[in-house]
Design a protein around this ligand. Structure first.
Ligand SMILES: NC(=O)c1ccc[n+]([C@@H]2O[C@H](COP(=O)([O-])OP(=O)(O)OC[C@H]3O[C@@H](n4cnc5c(N)ncnc54)[C@H](O)[C@@H]3O)[C@@H](O)[C@H]2O)c1
Length: 146
């Protein structure tokens, strides 16, 4: 079974749709803070939907114990650049600490296969060290694929 975090979001839902058609035998478990109402749920009976948070390690342990998860595709994240600038602690907690919480539980269960598709949305200094505090140059979003 593949665990897809953030599988109800924009990219995650396309991935879930794609993989549910491509891998006819693969079961999919979606973990997302906010689940869709109708459309996605009708995609396939092989997709299980769980409403929950990747920061919740007891929930993660429950899911890894209950289902035979062999790999994780990790999309769950907040990704508004202006919001990350206004609330950096919230973004750090959700995106960085949340990912660490997920990786720790994966490690506990011996699951080492993961796909990351993250834009790192981060507030911080750039090479322009002379920029003023309000400079747009202080904020950059850049993509990493791991
Ligand atoms: N949209 C793009 O163009 C794009 C491009 C490249 C990479 N990405 C990356 O793909 C990922 C998903 O992007 P998206 O555009 O689908 O965003 P999205 O906001 O549509 O989806 C993110 C999903 O993650 C869920 N989520 C957030 N925090 C969570 C948590 N703590 N626990 C469980 N679920 C949580 C949200 O409820 C949402 O459904 C992000 O990591 C983003 O950086 C997006």
């Amino acid at each position: 079974m593949i665990l897809v975090t953030g599988g109800a979001g924009y990219i995650g839902s396309h991935f879930v749709n794609y993989i549910s058609q491509k891998e006819a035998d693969e079961e999919i478990l979606v973990l997302d803070k906010v689940l869709p109402q109708f459309v996605l749920k009708a995609l396939s009976p092989r997709i299980k939907w769980v409403e929950g948070d990747i920061c919740d390690q007891s929930l993660l342990r429950k899911l890894f114990s209950q289902y035979k998860i062999t790999e994780v595709v990790h999309f769950a994240a907040y990704l508004s650049v202006p919001e990350s600038q206004a609330l950096p602690h919230l973004y750090f907690k959700n995106n960085v600490a949340g990912s660490m919480a997920l990786f720790e539980v994966m490690e506990e269960f011996g699951i080492r296969r993961i796909q990351l598709r993250h834009l790192r949305t981060a507030a911080g200094q750039t090479s322009d060290r002379r920029g003023s505090a309000g400079s747009i140059e202080r904020l950059r979003a850049y993509e990493t694929n791991g």
